[in-house]
Design a protein around this ligand. Structure first.
Ligand code: 6PG
Length: 233
């Protein structure tokens, strides 16, 4: 079972996840002289990234990666790379080494092995930050997507796989994606899921019922107590 951490306010949730993130990155820096951190896009992590961007940390030894990316160029409005450059990779955190997922080419399925090789060098991650959508997706592990089962092998050796999601309000036009695999999530030192609002709590609760096949539930069941859920209304 995941640790479900419930907070009275979003400010309290952000303070707690910021403190946990700092502690885990500092521990990795202390132990190995390097920290590997994979982070989500989406709107929810923005205040965490604002706090981390100015944190005093040995950023030059922190390797930052994405949990997923849309197959769009880095200047696209919905690029997670662009989002990270605006929010996290500014201030002190600009010294971190960032490995994008988007590489040249039209087809993420053709490019996946190249990105997988680059991300293999970072696997296992010390810490992974996930988000969750109202459809029960996490990273780009979308329900019933092409590529989902290949990415969902719990002990799969791949770190990154390509996904073609079914078009929905959540995906918008950007159905082609790359995502961290469940194998990479299970190898990580710790995984956090940051969600807000009663609607998302209801989706999470329903997904973690053993009868549910939603990706976030499958991920939560596979990770057990190595997953910490940060939630505030
Ligand atoms: C992304 C994320 C995605 C996101 C959820 C939640 O690239 O958009 O990786 O999985 O975390 O859709 O998004 P919000 O935080 O905006 O609700």
């Amino acid at each position: 079972m995941a640790n479900f951490l419930s907070f009275d306010s979003r400010e309290a949730m952000v303070a707690a996840i910021t403190a946990d993130t700092r502690a885990r990155l500092e521990a990795a820096l202390g132990e190995r002289g390097e920290a590997r951190w994979a982070v989500s896009g989406g709107s929810t992590p923005a205040p965490l990234f604002a706090a981390m961007a100015d944190a005093d940390l040995g950023w030059q030894n922190v390797k930052v990666a994405l949990v997923d990316e849309r197959w769009v160029e880095a200047d696209h409005a919905r690029s997670n790379t662009a989002f990270l450059r605006r929010t996290l990779l500014t201030g002190k955190a600009a010294d971190a080494a960032f490995t994008p997922m988007k590489v040249p080419g039209d087809d993420p399925f053709a490019a996946a092995s190249q990105v997988d090789a680059a991300y293999k060098a970072l696997d296992p991650f010390d810490l992974v930050l996930l988000g969750m959508g109202p459809d029960g997706h996490t990273a780009s592990l979308f329900p019933a997507a092409e590529g989902l089962e290949a990415a969902m092998q719990p002990d799969g050796a791949a770190t990154v796989r390509a996904i073609r999601a079914n078009r929905s309000e959540v995906t918008g036009d950007e159905v082609l994606r790359l995502t961290l695999t469940l194998g990479a999530l299970t190898r990580a030192g710790a995984v956090q899921l940051m969600i807000t609002g009663d609607d998302k709590k209801a989706v999470y609760d329903a997904a973690t019922d053993p009868s549910s096949n939603l990706p976030i539930g499958r991920v939560a069941r596979a990770l057990g107590d190595r997953l910490s859920v940060y939630w505030a209304a």
